[in-house]
Design a protein around this ligand. Structure first.
Ligand SMILES: NC(=O)c1ccc[n+]([C@@H]2O[C@H](COP(=O)([O-])OP(=O)(O)OC[C@H]3O[C@@H](n4cnc5c(N)ncnc54)[C@H](O)[C@@H]3O)[C@@H](O)[C@H]2O)c1
Length: 360
């Protein structure tokens, strides 16, 4: 049985907790959050007794019966809380982006190895069933060799979206706490992870990051090239009057992967804009749709969380490893730097050694 502590009981924690509550070999034994309201609400919902709810994460880490922690806090707190957890001998699953700089990311990777703990960077999008199916199709050679990846992310509004507390939006529009903007850096991290998942780390990144009312980093476009010559792009647009179908964030994504003999589309992400199968394959003059998979965005969290438990039980490497997480971070940071400087930037992650296990 893997005994988990959850540090940070905010908006996203519900989706994480469900993975552990549903895993037959996992249990949530303690929670921590300085916000007394979130602590009480989530602690009660997950069946954690009041005596195991802490406002200081160090009290949770002092418990010998916590094997692993899930860290779900604003980005500027990722590094200190992760280092505390590793020093306490806990395995760590840390939400993306793992840090705000590569140096900090590598410090955590090193600490994880020194303390002999498993370190997972939590990236749910590579567990999203339509993305998983697209990867299988690519690996089966359905579109030949991949030549390009194009990702489009629309943000808008939705009457059915879940409520996002003001506090959860406030730290995201503070670059000191978030590390970049809410759309291209925070959420964009997932899109860089998707591109990385299919093609590895880019070697040149160029970005134009716009500004909507000085609050959102939209409209924006990021383009890149991979060492093998493949190219990719991410376009992010916030449309204030665009109504979206969703039960989580008011957002939707699409991915288009082009190969030497075919094209694959992943037609949805957070929400649902297109009335189309979640995965579509075009090759040999024919279009095939694939609908035999769950498409709820929450499934990606469920699978990523359960994968962490399985990795701990089996002693296998998690996805993403710390080294892999640092590669994706380098990708995301390169876009920020490119937009700032107006030049193409080479992501600095040469010595991470993540490449060998990237597609494992
Ligand atoms: N994978 C995804 O798609 C996805 C989606 C949303 C959020 N996230 C990530 O999850 C993390 C949390 O995001 P959120 O939307 O839940 O934010 P949030 O603001 O809703 O929740 C953060 C929580 O952390 C708590 N906190 C602050 N300082 C703390 C401390 N020292 N110890 C313990 N708890 C502390 C806050 O009180 C709050 O309850 C971020 O890293 C974010 O990037 C990922």
């Amino acid at each position: 049985m893997i005994r988990l502590g959850i540090i940070g009981c905010g908006r996203i924690s519900d989706l994480h907790a469900q993975a552990y509550l549903d895993h037959p070999e996992a249990t949530i034994v303690a929670v921590a959050d300085p916000d007394a309201g979130n602590l009480a609400m989530r602690g009660a919902a997950w069946g954690v007794p009041e005596s195991a709810r802490y406002q200081d994460h160090r009290d949770l880490l002092a418990r010998p019966d916590v094997d692993a922690v899930e860290i779900l806090v604003p980005h500027h707190l990722h590094v200190p809380i992760t280092l505390d957890a590793m020093a306490a001998g806990k395995h760590v699953s840390l939400q993306k982006p793992m840090a705000l700089s590569i140096d900090d990311a590598l410090m955590m990777v090193k600490a994880g190895h020194e303390h002999g703990v498993t370190f997972k960077v939590f990236e749910n999008f590579v567990f999203y069933p339509p993305v998983v199916r697209a990867k299988e199709l690519v690996e089966n050679g359905e579109i030949g060799d991949v030549l390009s990846i194009r990702i489009k992310s629309n943000a808008g509004w939705s009457p059915t979206a879940w409520e996002v507390p003001a506090a959860a939006s406030a730290w995201r529009i503070d670059p000191e706490k978030c590390g970049g903007g809410p759309l291209v850096f925070d959420d964009g991290h997932h899109k860089f992870a998707i591109a990385w998942h299919f093609l590895g780390l880019a070697d040149r990144v160029h970005a134009f990051i716009g500004s909507w009312m000085g609050v959102l980093d939209s409209p924006s476009v990021v383009s890149w090239r991979h060492p093998g010559g493949q190219v990719g792009s991410l376009e992010v647009v916030y449309s204030p009057e665009l109504q979206l179908h969703t039960v989580q964030y008011a957002q939707d994504d699409r991915v288009e992967i082009t190969g030497t003999k075919g094209v694959i589309w992943v037609t949805r992400g957070h929400g649902r804009m297109l009335d189309a199968p979640p995965v579509v394959l075009y090759r040999d003059g024919e279009t095939r749709g694939f609908s035999d998979m769950p498409t709820g965005w929450e499934t990606s969290f469920h699978r990523s969380g359960q994968h962490f438990v399985d990795a701990l039980i089996n002693g296998t490497a998690p996805s993403l490893t710390g080294e892999q997480g640092a590669e994706v971070l380098a990708f995301a940071l390169a876009a920020q730097e490119s937009s700032r400087t107006g030049t193409a930037v080479s992501p600095q992650a040469d010595d991470l050694g993540a490449g060998e296990t990237r597609h494992g």
